[in-house]
Design a protein around this ligand. Sequence first.
Ligand code: FMN
Length: 195
Amino acid sequence: MRVLIVYCHPSKDSFTKSMCDAFLKGITDSGNEYILSDLYEMGFDPVMKEEEYLRDANYRDTPAVADDVRKEQEKINSADAIALIYPVFWTEAPAMLVGWFDRVWSYGFAYGNKTMKLLDKAIILCSAGNPLDRLEQFGLLDSMKKVMFGDRLFGRVKESEFIVFDCTSRENELREKNWDANLQKAYEKGRTLFA
Ligand SMILES: Cc1cc2nc3c(=O)[nH]c(=O)nc-3n(C[C@H](O)[C@H](O)[C@H](O)COP(=O)(O)O)c2cc1C
C-alpha cells in the first residue's frame, strides 16, 4: 500500500520534522511505501492565480491545471491513503498547506466531475503549542477537525483520523519530556496505518 505524505513546516529544526520522520519509518518498517510532498522543500506555490480562480469558480475544466498542480493530483491518485503533517498555526494548517488545498483540490479533480480517487484513509498529524484542554476550551480543535473532515476530506476518503501532539511549544517543558513518547506514537501510527 502507498501513502502520500503532505508535509509542511518551514524548518528542519522542529518537533514536526522529527515526528514526520518517525511516521515515515513506521510506514516503511511495515512493508508499505510513501511518496513525499515536502511543500517547503519543493517551493510549492500556494497562491491561486486569477486564471485558476476563474476556472474553479466557474466550474470550468479549462484551461488545464498547471503542471505543479497536476503532479500533486497524480500523486494522490497513485496512493491508497494521504497523511497531512504540519504544525498548527493560528488554529489552521500553515498558509502553504492551505494554499495547496486551494490549488490542488481543483474543479474536475476534487469536485464537479471528480477524477480524484476515493482514498482508503486520511491521517492528520499535527503539533500544537497549546495543551489539548486549551484547544478544546473554545472549540478550536473541533473547528480544525470540522474544516478537514467536513470540507476538505468529505466524500474523498473512507476513514480519517486527527492526531494532535500538544504542548510542543519550545517554552513548554513537556516538549522535551514527551519527545520520545510522541515520536514512538508517530512511529506506531505509521506502522499500523494499513493494519
Ligand atoms: C505563527 C505561529 C502560530 C501558531 N499558532 C498556534 C495555534 O494557533 N495554536 C497552537 O496550539 N499552537 C500554535 N503555535 C505553536 C506551534 O504549533 C508549535 O510551536 C509547534 O507545533 C511546535 O512544533 P515545531 O517544533 O515542529 O515547530 C503557533 C506557532 C507559530 C510559529
